[in-house]
Design a protein around this ligand. Structure first.
Ligand code: APR
Length: 309
């Protein structure tokens, strides 16, 4: 059975660890954090829910990377969350330091893990993790599109007053300003979204999706969203633990697909036991293809900023 490590036992990390444990696909979920007692206390609390929930996966809390040894999958959530008025870019410098430190420590004890990155700013942190870890690119994946698509699906279901199970929604591109919605592939009860809502109405939903994290940050005042983000990261881990090859929009290394090269970008990808097994090329409209290309250029520019810090 597999071992999963979640680095960062804050809101996002602990909720992700709980969800992964409840899937009952791993032998052990290790939570680690720099705060003494925090991962240990949370692990104890979650372990005490096992009897009620009926799952066997054991939680282990630690401040020591030796306990993460031989992890199959590592989820990096360590970092500062956004504060009201703060952009993801403001987080770049501080979180780059944290993610570099975490990645180096993980690789000392696990030779060939799959790493899922959720720390913001997402595209840069995923690129940085791949660079620092030197793992093969299919084993380093960022979480963004699963969350953005889920937010988009929720807003569509509310707007049309339909059960969310009837909605298919997809966003690609970068997390944040250059998110690329794909209305041509969004459906409600099998009907194209573009036949159900005007382009103005779709644009409003897209805007709310793109601002989805910020809207929650401004309501919470301290901390950022973590329920839907944790569901998204845990779902990716579940697909890899069960080698499902299911398709998710994730931040993956793009090397020629969609006419785009050498960049971590939100694209549809199959997730299996080795991470990304294939980047799936959907038929996008010309507008959507151009938006994806623009997003790739924006991400490349942001990644270049990493070299200056
Ligand atoms: N090593 C391990 N853990 C660390 C480190 C480090 N070097 N630096 C910080 N942490 C831990 C903190 O101690 C804290 O417990 O990361 C945790 C972050 O938790 P929260 O502050 O609750 O933040 P959270 O909401 O979980 O968000 C984490 O996900 O969505 C992104 O933008 C968000 O980058 C942020 C990350």
């Amino acid at each position: 059975m597999a071992k999963v490590t979640v680095v960062g036992a804050g809101k996002y990390g602990s909720m992700t660890a709980l969800k992964i444990a409840e899937y009952d696909l791993a032998d052990q979920v290790v939570m680690t954090d720099i705060v003494e007692g925090l991962p240990q206390g949370l692990a104890l609390d979650i372990n005490q829910s096992r009897y009620v929930e009926g799952f066997s996966t054991k939680l282990f809390g630690t401040n020591n990377y030796e306990d993460t040894a031989d992890s199959d999958i590592v989820v990096i959530t360590a970092g500062l969350p956004r504060k009201p008025g703060m952009s993801r870019m403001d987080l770049l410098e501080v979180n780059a330091g944290i993610v570099t430190d975490v990645t180096e420590n993980i690789l000392k004890h696990s030779k060939n893990p799959i790493i899922v990155v959720v720390t913001n700013p997402l595209d840069q942190m995923t690129t940085l993790t791949a660079k620092v870890s030197k793992l093969s690119k299919n084993r380093v994946i960022g979480q963004a599109g699963v969350l953005d698509s889920s937010r988009f699906a929720y807003f569509i279901s509310e707007k049309l007053d339909v059960n969310i199970s009837k909605v298919e929604a997809l966003t690609l591109g970068s997390h944040g300003e250059t998110m690329v919605p794909v209305p041509s592939l969004c459906k409600v009860d099998g009907k194209p979204l573009v036949d159900l809502l005007s382009s103005e109405e779709i644009n409003d939903l897209v805007q709310r999706t793109s601002d989805g994290g910020a809207e929650i940050v401004s309501l919470l005042k301290t901390g950022s969203a973590y329920f839907a983000p944790a569901s998204s990261a845990a779902t990716m881990v579940k697909a890899m633990l069960s080698d499902s090859d299911e398709i998710f929009p994730v931040c993956a290394w793009v090397d020629g697909e969609y006419g785009i090269n050498d960049v971590y970008l939100g694209v549809p990808a199959k997730l299996g036991a080795d991470g990304v097994s294939e980047i799936v090329q959907y038929n996008l409209t010309d507008v959507e293809k151009d938006a994806l290309l623009d997003a790739s250029k924006a991400v490349k520019q942001k990644v270049a900023e990493l070299d200056s810090i």
